[in-house]
Ligand binder design. Structure first.
Ligand code: 5GP
Ligand code: ZN
Length: 112
């Protein structure tokens, strides 16, 4: 399958890894929007959040377990934001579900 994030998770395209386990891969965003900006993905190819169902939702739980571990490893004790863009109106540009993990600056709310 011709998917950028599947290739990154498989190591076929280089990335700066911040975390990996059996289900999850996380790497630094190439165009960071905060001093710490990682992309956290399930290794399983799921296109977007609207494709989550009872068959594949376990890997999404694993993503959030990984995020808690990354936050501890990276000392994000001041807080962080997790963002998922789903579909065109939200600005999803890569068709493999991913969660932005943003930290180390004051993050505006509402995000705009
Ligand atoms: P989206 O806009 O789909 O929510 O987020 C896609 C994110 O992936 C963007 O923040 C973009 O900077 C990042 N990205 C796109 N291509 C690459 C790449 O080849 N390597 C890395 N590390 N990040 C990428
Ligand atoms: Zn993929």
């Amino acid at each position: 399958m011709d998917c950028l994030f599947c290739k990154i998770a498989a190591g076929e395209i280089p990335s700066t890894k911040v975390y990996e386990d059996e289900w999850v891969y996380a790497f630094l965003d190439i165009e960071p929007q905060a001093p710490f900006h990682a992309i956290v993905i399930p290794k399983e190819h799921i296109k977007s959040a609207d494709q989550i169902n009872s068959q594949n939702s376990l890997v999404i739980a694993k993503v959030f377990e990984a995020i808690a571990k990354i936050a501890k490893n990276e000392n994000l004790e001041n807080g962080y934001r997790v963002v998922n863009n789903c579909g065109a109106d939200a600005g999803q540009t890569v068709g493999h579900i991913h969660f932005h993990l943003l930290a180390r600056r004051n993050l505006a709310w509402p995000p705009g």
